[in-house]
Design a protein around this ligand. Structure first.
Ligand code: NAI
Ligand code: MG
Length: 354
């Protein structure tokens, strides 16, 4: 099988870590019978400055017509409001209907309190429909935003969470990792005690989906979002898959990333039906740009995550294993992890393990 992958480095350290993503795909063992072809695509603030568009139409067209998946680095946002600029990754999620944002948060196996969970965030609606207005009243200005939740979007994100829970169980069963104690669970996060209609619809739809027979081995749990934050920070090892509406998912996933130490470790994928874009969780990191010290691991794990959603679980497992080997080895770590290795040295070590 040959997969065509769009490479969108973007700005800042995106340009340093996306090439590492390409290298690891090229280095996968030939026994996997998997080949790759690549196409370089533009997006980001630099692209905006040069062309007036942060997301050129060519990029969208090529992704749609030619590519099986893509890797997105990071983009810089303008620091002052800039006419005509809007975030290319937000636009890409819409244009390609990438309705799920999937963020696994995993510590090394030897960690004192090991964490291995996935946050599945709805990616298309909730407050992110961005229907806001401000108006004057005799008491002063008032601003409003629409929070929209649909049965369709709630249903497909819950299905995604259920499928991920089953896949994680399969991986645990086949590798013997996690032990018998770790069982599949999806935690539905909401605030339906206050928002009984919007979050209420999310909650009841998710429950209904996960009660179907194909998910009979997946336990369903519910958490009100504030108590979710408390428990997630106190006892992260209790969680398996967490499904949430857009805004709660956004907040929970940055918070969960803090639990494993560095933003440079945490991957994500934007997933739709039949397409996935891997994207490290961090931004363009202007403070370390050009120094060659960015941690490439978030990107390498994003590549693996993209492969999982393209049905290449074996290839993904090889990458995860090689990355874990580097972290467990503890010798060639980048500065954000307390080491002094350069990006290239970390990549070389991981390629060697692969
Ligand atoms: P950031 O994630 O770029 O950096 C936060 C801190 O983490 C910095 O000290 C940085 O050096 C460090 N860091 C991040 N990734 C690292 C890596 N791979 N290795 C080592 N250290 C790493 O967030 P910040 O500084 O808030 O934003 C910088 C720019 O990135 C802004 O223009 C922001 O809008 C944009 N951004 C873009 C995102 C995206 O493209 N998805 C996400 C977050 C921010
Ligand atoms: Mg965020």
């Amino acid at each position: 099988r040959t997969l065509r992958i769009g490479l969108i480095p973007g700005d800042g350290i995106g340009r340093e870590v996306v090439p590492a993503g390409r290298r690891i795909l090229e280095a996968l063992p030939s026994s996997l019978k998997l080949n790759f072809s690549f196409v370089d695509l533009d997006a980001g603030f630099e692209t905006f400055r040069q062309t007036g568009a942060a997301l050129p139409e060519r990029t969208v067209e090529i992704l749609k017509k030619e590519c099986d998946g893509a890797l997105f680095g990071a983009v810089s946002s303008p620091t002052t409001p800039t006419k005509g600029y809007s975030s290319p990754i937000v636009a890409l999620r819409k244009r390609l209907d990438l309705y799920a944002n999937v963020r696994p948060v995993k510590s090394v196996a030897s960690a004192v309190s090991p964490i291995d969970l996935v946050i599945v965030r709805e990616n298309t609606e909730d407050l992110y429909v961005k229907e806001e207005k401000t108006y004057d009243t005799p008491q002063g200005k008032v601003a409003e935003a629409i929070k929209r939740i649909s049965e369709r979007a709630s249903s497909r994100i819950a299905t995604m969470a259920g499928e991920i829970a089953l896949r994680r169980q399969r991986v645990r069963d086949s590798t013997g990792s996690g032990g018998a104690a770790k069982k599949s669970m999806v935690t539905i996060t909401h605030k339906s005690n206050v928002l009984s209609q919007t979050d209420g619809l999310f909650r009841s739809t998710a429950r209904q989906v996960l009660s179907q027979p194909q998910y009979k081995d997946v336990e369903i749990e519910e958490q009100i979002v504030d108590s979710m934050v408390y428990k997630l920070f106190r006892q992260p090892s209790d969680y398996d898959v967490i499904v949430a509406p857009n805004l709660y998912g956004d907040i929970l996933s940055d918070g969960a990333a803090a639990l494993v130490g560095s933003l440079g470790l945490v991957p994500s994928a934007n997933v739709g039906d039949g397409f996935a874009i891997g994207e490290p969780c961090h931004g363009s990191a202007p403070d370390i740009q050009g120094k060659g010290i960015a941690n490439p691991i978030a990107t390498l794990r994003s590549v693996a995550l993209m492969l999982e959603f393209l049905g290449e679980e074996k290839a993904a497992a090889k990458i995860y294993e090689a990355v874990d080997g580097n972290l467990e080895g503890g010798k060639l770590l980048s500065p954000d992890m307390g080491g002094s290795a350069k990006t290239d040295e970390v990549v070389e070590d991981i390629l060697k393990r692969l």
